[in-house]
Ligand binder design. Structure first.
Ligand code: NAD
Length: 260
C-alpha cells in the first residue's frame, strides 16, 4: 500500500504492541505509541523508529484505566496527524488466580484495560473514520477470547467481551469503509507471558519449566510460540485494501490451539 496511514497503538511500549508498531513503521505509517515503562527506553524506541523509517512517531503515556486520558490521547493524535486511520487496541494485563481468591481490584483493572479502554478509543475515532470512508480498528484479543482456561476468569471475560465489541463495531462501520477485527493470538513470548509463569506454577502446583512445556506450549499443537512479527504482518494485511471485506472476524493466530 502506498498511502501513508496514521495509527494509534495502545500498549505499544512492549511485546505485541511494539511488534505491530515496528511492522507499521516498516510500511512508512505514522504512529502514536502508548504504554508504560522507563522514560529513556521509550524515547529511544520512539526516536529510533522515527529516524529509521522517516516517519512521525509520537508517544502518549495515557493510562488505559482513565477515560479522560484516553480521549486526550486520541485528540492529540488527531491534531498532530490530521486524522487517525488505524486504531489498534492492544494494551492488556493478566492476573492468574483461582476465582475464589481473585482480588476484586485486579478483576476490575483487567476489565478496564483489556476491554473498556477499547470502547473509549473506538468511540473517539469512529465518527471521523466513517466520515472519511476509511478506517481500520484492530482489537488484540486472544485465544482466550474464544476459549477459556482455568484461573484466568477476568482475562477470559474481558477477551470474550472484546470479540463481542469487535463484531458490533464491525456492523456499525460496514457501510462506511470502516472494518473492525480481532486478532486472537496464542502464546507469544512477551513480558506478559513471562510474568504469569510463576503464578501459574503456584496455582497448578508445578515447576516453572513444567508450566512452559505442559501448560503453555502444550496448548499449541505447533509447540512453538507465536511471534510479534507474525502478528504485525497480519495487522498490516488487515489495514490494506485487500482487507476491505474482512470485518467482524476473530482471527486465530495460535498454532492450532483453538482448533483442538
Ligand atoms: P506486554 O506486557 O509485553 O505489553 C503490554 C503493554 O500494555 C505494555 O506496553 C504496557 O505498558 C501496556 N499497558 C499496561 N497497562 C496499561 C495501562 N493501564 N495503560 C496503558 N498501557 C498499559 O504484553 P503483551 O503480551 O505484548 O500483550 C499485549 C496484548 O496482547 C494484550 O492485550 C494481551 O492480552 C494480548 N495477548 C498476549 C498474548 C501473549 O501470549 N503474550 C496472547 C494473546 C493475547
Amino acid at each position: 500500500m502506498t498511502k501513508t496511514l496514521n495509527a494509534v497503538i495502545t500498549g505499544s511500549t512492549s511485546g505485541i504492541g511494539l511488534g505491530i508498531a515496528k511492522s507499521f513503521a516498516a510500511e512508512g505509517w505514522n504512529i502514536m505509541l502508548n504504554g508504560f515503562g522507563d522514560t529513556d527506553e521509550i524515547e529511544q524506541i520512539r526516536s529510533t523508529l522515527a529516524e529509521e523509517h522517516n516517519i512521525t512517531v509520537l508517544y502518549s503515556g495515557a493510562d488505559m484505566t482513565k477515560p479522560t486520558e484516553i480521549t486526550a490521547m486520541i485528540e492529540e493524535a488527531q491534531e498532530a496527524f490530521g486524522q487517525v486511520d488505524v486504531l489498534v487496541n492492544n494494551a492488556g494485563i493478566q492476573f492468574v488466580s483461582p476465582v475464589e481468591d481473585f482480588p476484586e481490584g485486579k478483576f476490575d483493572a483487567i476489565i478496564a484495560i483489556n476491554l473498556v479502554s477499547a470502547f473509549h478509543t473506538t468511540k473517539a475515532v469512529f465518527a471521523g473514520m466513517k466520515e472519511r470512508g476509511y478506517g481500520r480498528i484492530i482489537n488484540v484479543a486472544s485465544a482466550h477470547g474464544l476459549v477459556a482456561s482455568p484461573f484466568k476468569s477476568a482475562y477470559v471475560a474481558a477477551k470474550h467481551g472484546v470479540v463481542g465489541l469487535t463484531k458490533t463495531v464491525a456492523l456499525e462501520g460496514a457501510e462506511y469503509g470502516v472494518t473492525c477485527n480481532a486478532i486472537c493470538p496464542g502464546y507469544v513470548k512477551t513480558p506478559l507471558v513471562e510474568k504469569q509463569i510463576p503464578d501459574t506454577a503456584k496455582a497448578r502446583g508445578m515447576s516453572e519449566e513444567e508450566v512452559v512445556q505442559k501448560v503453555i506450549l502444550e496448548a499449541q499443537p505447533t509447540k512453538k510460540f507465536v511471534t510479534v512479527e507474525q502478528i504485525g504482518a497480519l495487522a498490516v494485511f488487515l489495514c490494506s485494501e485487500n482487507g476491505a471485506q474482512i470485518t467482524g472476524a476473530a482471527h486465530q493466530i495460535d498454532g492450532g490451539w483453538v482448533a483442538k
